[in-house]
Structure formats: C-alpha cells, structure tokens
Design a binder for this molecule. Structure first.
Ligand SMILES: [Cu+2]
Length: 504
C-alpha cells in the first residue's frame, strides 16, 4: 500500500471521526516539516490542531526522515569508565545533571548527562558483585534511574514509581547474578522519559564474568572493544535540542546522527578483529546496519548475553533499546577503500580509518555459550497475553493506557511463564513496536509460530514486533517487585503504552 493511499485513508478517517467540515481538509504536503506557528496552534480547536499537527509530522509510519551522511571528520568519543567510590566494595555515585556540550565546533548546546554534561560513563560490574549505587538527582525536575536489562529487585529498578525530586538521592543495592552482557541505564519518569533521554541521559553497563574473560574476544576497552550508542537528533538553528518543538507522538526522529554524542564520527582501528557493542539509544528510529563494502561480520551477543555460536551476517537490525555485539575483522577488509558502517538506506553512520598497524587478531571462538530452550519451556501454555495497538497518543496495551495504580499481571518469582505478544495493525497498516520488560531477560520461543532467527537465540530484554506479528517469549523473574513492560518507542511509553507486572 502506497504512502499517499495510506495518508488519504487516514485523512478520511480523521475527518469522519472528528466531524471536520470538508473545507478544512487541505492537501497533504509530505515534504512540509516546518514548525507550526504557536499562536496559530493555540487558536485552533483540539481536533483541528491534532489534524494539522499530524500533517506537519511524518504521517505515515513508513515515512521517516532520512539521516544526513556522516562526514567522518571527528574522532569517535569513547565514554569514560566510572570509577568506584573510595572504600571497600562495589560502590558508585551516579548524578543526573545538566550541562553544556560542544557538539558543533565553537557552539555550546544545552544537554543532560550522568556525572558529566552529556550521556554517561560506563558502569562495569562482575557477576557475583554486590553493587551499591548512590543515585542523585541534580536536575531541576523529577527523574528516575532505570537499569535496562539488569535483573534487580523492583525497588532498585527505577521505574516511574521511583521518582526522585530535584536534590533528592537514593541508595540502591543489588547482587549481579546474570551473565556477561552489555546493558544500559536511562531515566524512566512518568511522561518525561522521552525528553530526558533525548537531552542526553543514557549510559552503558558492562557485566563481565569468568567465562567472558576466557573467550578471547577483543576486550581492550576503547581500542578493539568499542561501545557505540546510536541516537538521532534534530538541532534547531541555534544548534539546540528543542524537544518540545520537534516532538512527534508517534516517535521523535531526527536527521542528525550522534554516536556516543559525537557528530560525524570516525573510528580509527588497527588491522585486527574489533568488537563493536551497539546500542540503539534512539527514541524511535530503527537502524539496519551494514558495511558499505558488503563484507560480512559476526554477531556474538544479544541484549543479555553471548550467542551459543557467532552468527555471520551482512546486515543486522536494532530497534530502540536493543543491543548487539558484533565483531568486524578489519584484517580481512580491503582498507584501500573508504570504509563505513552504513544504514539500510545507504546513509553513512560511522567511518572507519584502518591504520597500517596489525593488532592481536584474536579468534572468535566457535562455541560461546550454552543458552538453550528446553522442551518443557516450549510446551508451556500461554499464561499472559499482550496486545499492542494504536498510534500517536492513542497507544494502548490490551486496550488500556498506563495507570500507576493498576497492576496488570502478577507472576511468581522464579517461575517461568510464556507471554504471547501481538502487534495489532492500525488503520495505517501498523508499525514496529519494540517491546521491553523490566527486571528480567527472556527467551524468544517463536515469531509467528516459527523459530526465531539465529541471531535472536540468546537472552533478550527487548524484542521488535512487526505489525500483525505474534511472538511468544519465556520469562522468569529472579527478584520480586513491580516491573514495567512497555513499548520502547519512548513517546509511545510516555503516551501510556505501558503496563505493570507484580512479581511476588
Ligand atoms: Cu510503540
């Protein structure tokens, strides 16, 4: 179905629903992304406002503004590792704060960050650690500290119930029981997650274990083990992030890519295997990553741990909040050419400069993990059904919007249940919803009744679900508490596409 046809269908539907007179229907200008005049907006009645607002935003789910090509002129910034607080034990202090960042040469952009002006440091834990984190809100509004993918008790999870007012702090404590993986942290306050993440609140968590250290994968942080946080943004003419002006209820996307907060990034590597830990930290954009040479790479890890075997791929998609670790062998790629990581549409995301130096060139082991789905898990009945539906600010789960006072599901601690999640198409054909559950890692049992692809046969905490697709997952919570489950398009989350499971 063509975009224009879908738009026409939608326009007619809106007119029917809102009872607008036909002369208020104006031709749709797909290229018109200009900001609306605020006074004009305030004068309009509500239905006409929505109508006009939608015309200015990407109306079709398929129509997403494309990214500018990265010029590769700036060396990629590598986030610092967060130092432990002095004293015994694994103790950290994480402050959410505001600052100014020079993203564009000579211009200060107002941003937010953890322990710095923009984004955050990497928190590195080992399996078995008992971790204490002093979280401090130095913003001028409420926030929470959510540890995405971490299996923590509900009171440490940082969902919308855990709001800290400006100046408040909270000490959380948990034991790291899960395996080596790349996780992340970001705010999760009710209705304000999208804007706070957009302004820069996001950081990575690395978990190591004895097994991950023995695998022999590239592990020199910042040298051949590189974090890559992908975020698209729109800057105004003063090079500021003006979220309220460009916010889109169906997911805010931008034309400018930042990787680790770096504009036009370039990564210099040796002729060796390099491990890239990718996080889609965008509010709403999906990426399909490829090498511009057409060379393949191997995926070694999913959201929550290593795959059993490396999976050779020529392209890989990540929807918001998903992670993957891949290994690219720069000793095998013709470095005479301009090398880059590109997106599906061909836009350049990250340039690579391959130095003449040869590196360690470690081997990727053939066997990395013993992840399995047992017959018992496959045969479990479906005990939780989730239906994702809607668009813009009319998004729901099982027909309901988030209510902090309502518990949608209960589940017993330590008991595996099968959740069936269905993405019901809307009148425009529907869109991908990346579905995330807090406090646990799950296994994908099936997608539309079929085995998941090889690179999804590992621990996951977020799953992309296509329109009209049904997925089954097996999930067990190791801790007790109230946990969110929601769409990770952050505007959908803020608009109420979220529910709560109480684990007891
Ligand atoms: Cu969604």
């Amino acid at each position: 179905m063509g975009i224009k046809f879908k738009i026409t269908v939608l326009m007619i539907s809106i007119l029917v629903i809102s009872g607008c007179s036909s002369n208020s229907a104006q031709p749709v200008d797909e290229a018109d992304h200009s900001a609306m005049n605020k006074e004009d907006m305030e004068e309009m009645d509500h239905s006409a406002m929505n109508h006009d607002k939608m015309r200015n935003e990407h109306m079709s789910h398929d129509e997403v503004i494309s990214l500018n090509d990265s010029t590769g002129e700036n060396e990629l910034k590598i986030p610092p590792m967060l130092e432990r607080d002095k004293g015994e034990g694994v103790e950290y202090t994480v402050r959410a704060q505001k600052g100014k960042t020079e993203i564009f040469d000579g211009i200060e952009t107002n941003t937010s960050g953890y322990n710095g002006a923009f984004l955050g440091p990497v928190l590195r834990f080992s399996k078995g650690d008992t971790v204490k984190i002093r979280t401090i809100n130095e913003l001028d509004e409420e926030t929470t500290f959510h540890w995405h993918g971490l299996e923590v008790p509900g009171d440490a999870d940082g969902g919308p119930h855990d709001s800290l007012k400006p100046g408040e702090e909270k000490l959380i404590e948990f034991k790291v029981k899960q395996e080596a993986s790349t996780l992340w942290f970001h705010p999760h306050p009710k209705g304000k997650t999208a804007e706070q993440v957009y302004n820069g609140l996001a950081g990575l968590i690395y978990i190591d274990d004895d097994h991950s250290k023995s695998l022999g994968l590239p592990n020199e942080y910042g040298k051949n083990d590189i974090p890559l946080i992908f975020q698209d943004r729109t800057f105004d003419e003063k090079r500021q992030l003006n979220y309220s002006a460009i916010k889109n209820d169906d997911g805010t996307v931008g034309d400018t890519l930042l990787i680790n907060g770096t504009l036009n990034p370039k990564l210099t590597v040796k002729k060796e295997k390099v491990r890239l830990r990718l996080l889609n930290g965008s509010n709403a954009r999906n990426y399909t990553f490829k090498l511009n040479t057409g060379d393949s790479f191997v995926q070694v890890a999913t959201d929550g741990g290593f795959l059993n075997e490396p999976v050779t791929l020529k392209e890989m998609t990540l929807t918001p909040s998903e992670r993957a670790e891949i290994v690219v062998d720069f000793s095998k790629i013709d470095s005479e050419k301009d090398l880059a990581l590109i997106n599906e549409d061909g836009s350049s995301l990250l340039s690579f400069e391959v130095s003449d130096q040869s590196g360690e060139n470690s081997e990727v082991p053939g066997k990395m993990n013993d992840f399995s789905m047992t017959e018992e898990e496959r045969n479990l009945p479906v005990t939780k059904e989730v239906e994702l539906f809607g668009m813009m600010d009319q998004v729901t789960i099982n027909g309901k919007k988030f209510d902090p006072e309502r518990i949608d599901f209960t589940q017993e601690q330590g008991v595996t249940e099968v959740w069936e999640i269905y993405n019901k198409p809307d009148m425009m054909g529907g869109m991908i919803h990346p579905f995330h559950i807090h406090g646990a890692q799950f296994k994908i049992l099936s997608r539309n009744g079929e085995e998941p692809p090889e690179n999804e046969r590992g621990w996951k905490d977020s799953i992309s679900i296509q329109p009209d697709e049904t997925v089954k997952i097996a999930i067990q919570f190791k801790n007790k508490g109230v946990y969110m489950f929601h769409c990770h398009i952050l505007e959908h989350e803020d608009n109420g596409m979220m529910g709560q499971v109480k684990v007891e």
